[in-house]
Design a protein around this ligand. Sequence first.
Ligand code: NAP
Length: 251
Amino acid sequence: MSEATRTVLVTGASRGIGKAIAVGMAKRGYDVAINDIARQKDVLAEVASEIEGLGRKALTVLADVSSKTEVEAMAAEIKAAFGHLDAVVNNAGILIAGEVDGLKEEYWDSVMDVNAKGTFLVVQSVLPMMKAAKYGRIVNIASIGGKHGAPEQAHYSASKAAVMGFTRVLAQEVGVDGITANCVCPGIIMTDMGRVNLDDPAIRKMWQDKTALRRIGDPEDVVGAVAFLASDDAAFVTGQTLNVDGGIVLS
Ligand code: NAP
């Protein structure tokens, strides 16, 4: 398969890390299906223009990743438009802070539904395309929060640990079909989600001091690791989790 015909789906691609990955993959020659939830339609259209400006195809696919019906419709749209899907980057995610003591059940459910179930549903919807091609690259965006975590994020940490466990077993199931599955675990990245903490200068400094490279990450810092795991350079890498955190969790 030539590099020029490569296709990738990136979920949660209207801003932040997802947008950086979508644009970064277009720069690397991929046609990109960009997903986000319906309320981000206009912002997603701007990302599509940016990708088209790079000379690649952009397919806008609106879907809530926690809805099986919407996710299945999204996979059908991608199949109709691209015919095949080489890679998927499960990036859509949410964080609603709250200590375990008073955490509302609905917050637990929402975070698990988008972060963990959403990853499962999207993977399940694209597997038939990848299995038919006997080729696929699945990159799931987990978090160092799923290994380490921080107060007020127990449910978020649980959801990202679930993504990592899911990916390790998935890798064992789909390897026989030429499909790899890996996780990227970003550290502290300056996005709308990251700003929940980072707007406080004291917290920003605390994270900078905890980071070997002494800086907060930018969304673009995550792209290289994702592109590597989606590429043929990573043909023999599967079931792994790669921290992209400037040196916070050292393992
Ligand atoms: P972000 O700026 O909040 O962007 C997330 C995007 O996903 C938003 O456009 C959001 O739309 C969309 N989204 C939310 N729920 C969705 C759903 N059900 N279906 C489809 N799209 C949905 O977040 P980010 O910081 O770029 O994070 C991207 C990923 O990296 C997430 O999985 C996050 O957990 C992970 N991560 C981030 C950091 C960090 O420091 N930023 C660190 C580790 C891991 P709405 O805003 O409309 O909901």
